[in-house]
Structure formats: C-alpha cells, structure tokens
Write a protein of this length. Structure first.
Length: 128
C-alpha cells in the first residue's frame, strides 16, 4: 500500500521523460492523490541567540516531532523489516525520521513544466 501524506497529488513519470515537459504531452505512470492526512515536521522554538561574528539574530529551532504520521513500527518486528504500508512525505520530514522509521518515501528526481514549476517526479526515494 502506498499512501500520500502530502497536500499535493504526486505524479510519477518514470525515467524516460525529459527534465521539463508540457504536462499535456506526457501522462504520468502513476498519480498518488493526497490521502487527506498531511504529515508535517514539527518545530519547537528554543530562543534567539546572537552568535559571534554573525550580524543577524539566529533562532535556535528544534525540527522534529512529526505530526500526522501513523504509529511507528516496532523496531526489529516483521513490519519494521518489511513494511506493508509505505508513506510518501516531504524530504524534510523523511530526513528528520531517517533511521527511526523504515516506511517513509519521498518524491525523487523532479519533473518540471515548461515554466519551471514542479509537476511530478521520476521515482520515489527511501532516505536512509
């Protein structure tokens, strides 16, 4: 099972499409519609610091504490070793959970329209 936990449809075009396309001329191999649940990376503001030799104030922010993800599989369980559900999330969220979740995927190798906006990807990636 493949579940899109982003707020956008994810169109997977495969490796044969060019970097820039007219979406009307190329059909995706697969479109993952949003599931209705959006997983996001949480943040906790820890305060402002003024760093030596840095003229701008710097906010210390802890980026983790994912919201909207289903329960994490138990480590070393059959579901950890071979997930039966895969969740497509943002790269930032997947990287914050790398090594802690075996079931997160991200869009990989962006495909853009002729104006330069991202319209899909070539495949999914598994951050490790």
């Amino acid at each position: 099972m493949l579940v899109n936990l982003t707020p956008h449809p994810i169109r997977i075009y495969g490796w044969s499409v060019p970097d820039r396309i007219d979406p009307g001329q190329h059909a995706p191999l697969l479109t993952l519609e949003p599931s209705g649940t959006v997983a996001r990376i949480g943040q906790i503001d820890l305060g402002t610091q003024y760093l030596l030799h840095c003229p701008a104030p710097v906010e210390f922010v802890e980026f983790r504490h994912a919201n909207g993800l289903p329960p994490r599989p138990t480590k070393n369980s059959p579901e950890w070793e071979n997930p039966t559900a895969w969740y497509v999330v943002s790269l930032a969220l997947a990287l914050s959970e790398a090594g802690h979740r075996p079931d997160l995927l991200v869009p990989y190798q962006e495909v853009r329209n002729l104006e330069g906006a991202v319209v899909g990807c070539r495949s999914l990636a598994h951050p490790v």
